[in-house]
Design a protein around this ligand. Structure first.
Ligand code: NAD
Ligand code: 2HG
Length: 387
């Protein structure tokens, strides 16, 4: 029986995939696997029973990836599963910002039940004249699952779209419309674009990429959309740039005490992926990946361990080992079985950065004694008997 702890509400269509061999538990300290959306795992102690964390979403900055890897805990995410939800929100936000829709709606609401409201709006609506997005330049920073969809959709709305991503994947490049201009530097995006939307992960490298120096390069009145993470923007600099008119409008999906209520900021309560479709897609993908890992030892879409797939075990026994990516690990694993004269008809060994993962199919039951011997090898982080 596997115990699963959901740290956030996870769509039933995903949870319903769990068979009778799974139990949903409330206690993080007594679980084999966790499903999480945006709750932070950073300050939690990882219990020895924990083997995997599935992030039902894309961003994993709420999870301590190295600490997990070091404890043999595989962290999964669900790439692309909520990308369409975010794309639609970004397109809506482009238009909302360009047309000052929030300003207009707030003003009408502030009029109260005025019997003359219809006349009043016709008289005063010129305060809310906007601009059309057709023909205007949009810079898309980060051309992954979300960025590619946003770039292609904006192009279809007749925007002139510039894309920047020095690490673009082959798949993303195939999916990107040929009409997207390839920017080779961030400065080009900053210099040329009327609207800039950012779709990169929150990392040390991307932290504070919107700051006084980069605002300096941008056009006056530029509109910035942030559906990635608030860490990408230096808030004090943003507030100054909004005050001076350098930034015309800042749309953010990440309200924080510094930007909430500031003139020119449109704060959205982290709704980018909050559609039933995205929530369902993420839950199904997260649960399927977890089940394949727990039942077969296979890893798909992990952010801290390598992809590793041996299918379903057809042998008598299977053991999965999370370990450091250092010399001599494999020979120590195989000699553990050789000493007992046990054949290994199939195996796989992969690495990602400092960490490695090995699945061994053996012609004998995988016993707790074998597992213990493997655990005693220097550099082994976790050993699981799969079968
Ligand atoms: N608001 C929401 O609800 C919501 C939903 C999904 C994702 N997100 C956020 O958006 C981010 C992107 O999501 P995604 O699904 O497109 O992820 P993704 O991994 O598919 O794409 C990220 C892209 O950013 C690129 N990149 C990384 N560093 C870069 C840099 N310094 N400059 C330019 N490009 C860089 C990568 O090469 C990759 O192509 C996530 O990390 C998450 O933080 C937010
Ligand atoms: O789970 C959510 O609602 C947000 C997810 C989003 O921020 C992500 O990074 O995928």
């Amino acid at each position: 029986m596997f115990k699963i702890n959901c740290m956030n509400a996870i769509a039933n269509v995903g949870l319903d995939l769990f068979t009778d061999n799974y139990e949903l538990v409330d206690n993080f300290n007594d679980t084999n696997a966790v499903i999480v959306r945006s709750s932070s795992v950073h300050d939690l102690e990882l219990p020895p029973s924990l083997v995997a964390i599935a992030r039902a979403g894309a961003g994993v900055n709420n999870i301590p990836l190295d600490k997990c890897a070091e404890s043999g805990v595989v962290v999964f995410n669900t790439p692309g599963a909520n990308a369409n939800g975010v794309k639609e929100m970004v397109i809506a936000s482009l238009i909302i910002a360009a047309r000052n829709i929030v300003g207009g709606v707030n003003w009408v609401n502030s009029c109260g039940p005025d019997p003359e409201v219809a006349k009043l709006v016709e008289k005063k609506k010129s305060k809310f004249v906007g601009k059309e997005i057709k023909g205007r330049k949009l810079g898309v920073i980060g051309l992954g699952a979300v960025g590619v969809l946003v770039a292609n959709a904006a192009n279809k709305l007749d925007m002139e779209v510039y894309g920047y991503d020095p690490f673009i994947s082959v798949d993303a490049a195939w999916n990107l419309s040929k009409y997207i201009k390839h920017s080779k530097s961030l400065d080009e995006i900053f210099r040329e674009c009327d609207f800039i939307t950012v779709h990169v992960p929150s990392t040390d490298e991307t932290k504070g990429m919107f700051n006084n120096e980069t605002f300096e390069i941008m056009k006056d009145g530029v509109v910035i959309l942030n559906f990635s993470r608030d860490t990408l923007v230096r808030d004090e600099d943003m507030i100054e740039a909004l005050g001076s008119g350098k930034v015309g409008s800042y749309v953010t999906d990440f309200p924080n005490p510094m930007v909430c209520g500031v003139e020119g900021v449109i704060t959205i309560p982290h709704l980018g992926a909050s559609t039933s479709e995205s929530e369902d897609n993420c839950a199904v993908m997260a649960v399927r990946q977890l089940m394949d890992y727990l039942e077969n030892g296979n890893i798909r879409n992990s952010v801290n361990y390598p992809t590793c797939d041996m299918g379903v075990c057809m042998q008598i026994g299977r053991i999965a080992i999370n370990h450091k990516n250092i010399p001599n690990m494999l020979s120590q694993f195989t000699s553990t079985f050789a000493r007992e004269n046990i054949n290994i008809p199939d195996m796989i060994n992969k690495s990602k950065g400092q960490y490695g993962y090995t699945i061994l199919d053996i012609e004998a039951p995988a016993t707790p004694e074998f597992a213990q011997k493997l655990r005693e090898i220097d550099g082994v982080l976790k050993v699981r008997i799969i079968k």
